[in-house]
Design a protein around this ligand. Structure first.
Ligand code: GYE
Length: 320
């Protein structure tokens, strides 16, 4: 909570500074990076923010950090304020995929390079950004779908699947849904009987799972687009007197410590990793684009998957 207040307060400072036209670098020659974060909706996001703040510090960058509280309009405001402050580089994790062309053109006109971090935009004009650093979300969805396919190999019976989607219109929600659906579509016994957004949060994941359970359809598998929604759903399942991981098999994406613990405890069945520790790579890219050096258009993060045994082994060293 305290952290959220601090982040909200610094977002305000940023807007105020822009309004009074205070635009100089305070880092005394250091590169100034304006970063617009999605929010603080999940454990993944908290780890991502920490990684960016820590690595900006150790790279000696002057970081202007704004938290958009899951609202695109706040991100657009923050980006405009970064332009006014004449930051050297702008990086952001776009909350949704669409609707960025206008503001990205403004940034281009101001000759400030842009780095997309974690999530993509659907702008046709790829010259609006220098590079996109982040995961392959379609592949993550495929890995989740492959686990479900393998887990139910022996049975010819229908397998009912409930899906908790991420934030509507966000790249990870769109891509993970697609990767999963394409994979399970190979066998018609897999049926996605319920699919709704839980906005990547624990509270919403729980609430939507309660509604799924209240509909009294038999659910064999829950696929959650992130760990936090799965963790909320586990609470709903337990409160309904069912055993998560047994009565309902659960697969989710991210690999935060709480989910690995649930996996090791038998309350989840499989976790697909999505790496939030993008800070060090981002800072390298910031330096390069600032210097006008070439960078690849797309940099895909490397990630793994976890079974319960692998989760138990990974837990002691897990940093987030
Ligand atoms: O999976 C989720 C977070 O964009 C990859 O956003 C990120 C997703 C992550 O809220 O937990």
């Amino acid at each position: 909570m305290f952290k959220r207040l601090v982040i909200a307060a610094s977002a305000l400072t940023l807007v105020t500074a822009a309004a009074v036209g205070c635009g100089s670098n305070s880092g005394g020659g250091a590169i100034t990076l304006g970063f617009s974060q999605v929010g603080a909706e999940s454990g993944w996001r908290t780890a991502n923010t920490q990684s960016i703040q820590d690595s900006a510090k150790s790279a000696g960058l002057n970081l202007k950090f704004a938290d958009a509280q899951q609202k695109q309009e706040n991100q657009i405001k923050a980006i405009r304020s970064f332009i006014q402050q004449r930051v050297d580089v702008i990086a952001f994790s776009p909350v949704v995929q669409s609707g960025w062309d206008t503001v990205l053109k403004e940034v281009k006109d101001a000759k400030i390079p842009v780095i997309l971090t974690d999530r993509a935009v659907d702008s046709k004009d790829t010259s609006l950004y220098a590079t996109f650093l982040g995961s392959d979300f379609v592949e993550e969805g495929r890995k989740a779908g492959q686990w479900v396919t393998d887990a139910f190999k022996g049975t010819g019976e229908t397998v009912n699947i409930a899906e908790l989607q991420g934030t509507t219109g966000s790249a990870p929600a769109i891509d993970r849904k697609k990767g999963f659906a394409d994979t399970v579509a190979a066998d018609p016994k897999f049926k996605v009987i319920a699919s709704q957004t839980g906005d990547f949060t624990r509270a919403k994941g729980k609430e939507v799972m309660q509604a799924f359970l209240a509909s009294r359809q038999k659910i064999d598998v829950l696929f959650a687009h992130n760990d936090d929604m799965a963790l909320g759903a586990i609470q709903a399942i337990e409160e309904a007197g069912l055993k998560p991981g047994k009565d309902i098999k659960i697969v989710s994406i991210d690999g935060v410590r709480d989910a690995l613990q649930a996996l090791a405890d038998g309350k989840e069945n499989f976790v697909v990793e999505c790496n939030p520790l993008l800070g060090p790579q981002l800072m390298e890219l910031v330096k390069k684009v600032k210097d006008g050096q070439p960078v690849p258009q797309r940099i895909v993060t490397e990630e793994t998957t976890f079974t319960p045994e692998q989760a138990a082994a990974a837990l002691p060293g897990r940093k987030y």
